[in-house]
Design a binder for this molecule. Sequence first.
Ligand SMILES: CC(C)[C@H](C(=O)O)[C@@H](O)C(=O)O
Ligand code: SF4
Length: 462
Amino acid sequence: MGKTLFQKVFDRHKIAELKGGKYQLFIGLHLIHEVTSPQAFAMLEELGLGVAYPERTFATCDHIIPTDNIERPFQDEIAEEMIKAIENNTKKHGIKFFSPENGEQGVVHIVGPEMGLTQPGITMVCGDSHTATHGAFGAIAFGIGTSQVRDVLATQTIAMSPFKVRRIEVNGELNRGVYAKDIILHIIGKLGVNGGIGYAYEFGGSVISALSMEGRMTICNMAIEGGARVGYINPDEKTYDFLKNKPYAPKDEKWDEMISYWESIKSDSDADYDDVVTIDAKEIKPTVTWGINPAQCIGIDEIIPKGDTDGEKEALDYMKLEGGKPIEGTKVDVVFIGSCTNGRIEDFREAARVLKGQKVSSDVTALAVPGSYSVMRQAEKEGLDKIFTEAGFEWRRPGCSMCLAMNPDKLEGDQLCASTSNRNFKGRQGSSSGRTVLMSPVMAVAAAVTGKISDVRKVFDL
Ligand SMILES: CC(C)[C@H](C(=O)O)[C@@H](O)C(=O)O
Ligand code: SF4
């Protein structure tokens, strides 16, 4: 029996066998941000320890950063303290900081790949649950808690048990108006928010292979929303083309050497999976959430569940939606295009393509927030920002923004937000009664233009 990429990469990074089925695993790359690193550095300080491999650690600031007025000091004192802490900690320990001042800042899961730090066959961690995003390159990447951030800073290793591996194959031809976001929402809808607990998800099949690297990142980004801490895709030519010439990508002979390593860690064709799920692309429609977790989703032309279970009742109640009715036509107050799920250049290109020449509905507030300075610069170079602003969107500076509202971008009261982010939990977007409906960027544009949750296939000539 052959091995999966997960098994090969895990085995290669094992240092020692520990008690209870755990291993000490070497971590190739550690990304840090301002929310989960300050206490980790404080714990190191208390223990009198330094950072073992500062050259394998990279920092950015994303959650708390304002997206309109980025003048320092930030108006919010806590935000200012947090950015100061990461500035000081990175300086003290000789860690590279992708700052707004040097024009390299962005959401951590967008910056890693665009810098060429995210590479196939590495182990990587970040004190952030959406770290599996980097699995799109064939890395074994997962989120860790603050005490593990401390451990990785101090030792560059972590204690963990391997995951089982579930292969999720998506084959066939995608329907019109269906994007990576719809695919992953559909998968989570099918397998549930807890379906992936204990598993790494290996995404494959002809539909996944045909996706761009941006689309693949959207898929892996949401693995955790299905309970899987790791989500990955075997590397291929697209992966290598994306990586080539990125600032931290291997160069010259090292590049050729790495290609042979990357090829060697792909899952074998006879790999032994713990589970296999096959999905026919024809089943997948433009998908939206109607509830309070990402598995509570339906095709845009489907009916909201009636509320037969307590979970459904709770969700309908919170969302102020009526079971048994269509979701299409529900009034939208805010539209948010951005986040580490859908804040990449391809997302803004596709959103701008359908938005061009249209106007945001007069009662909708619409934000377009690039995932990083690099995305922002590229979008502006292509004139995409103009398309957004002329339509009535606000074009902002990079950050997590309204994805979780640890910054001034927040919903008010029970506003309903059509959002390209990854979580529709209660209160997620900054108001304790705010409502989130997850969808793809083009669906968000359709919502912005019509002021309602709409079927993109009816609104635009795709
Ligand atoms: C703040 C951070 C720890 C958190 C995470 O772990 O994912 C955030 O990024 C999120 O998306 O909820
Ligand atoms: S964009 Fe959202 S999901 Fe991504 S890291 Fe920021 S807060 Fe978390």
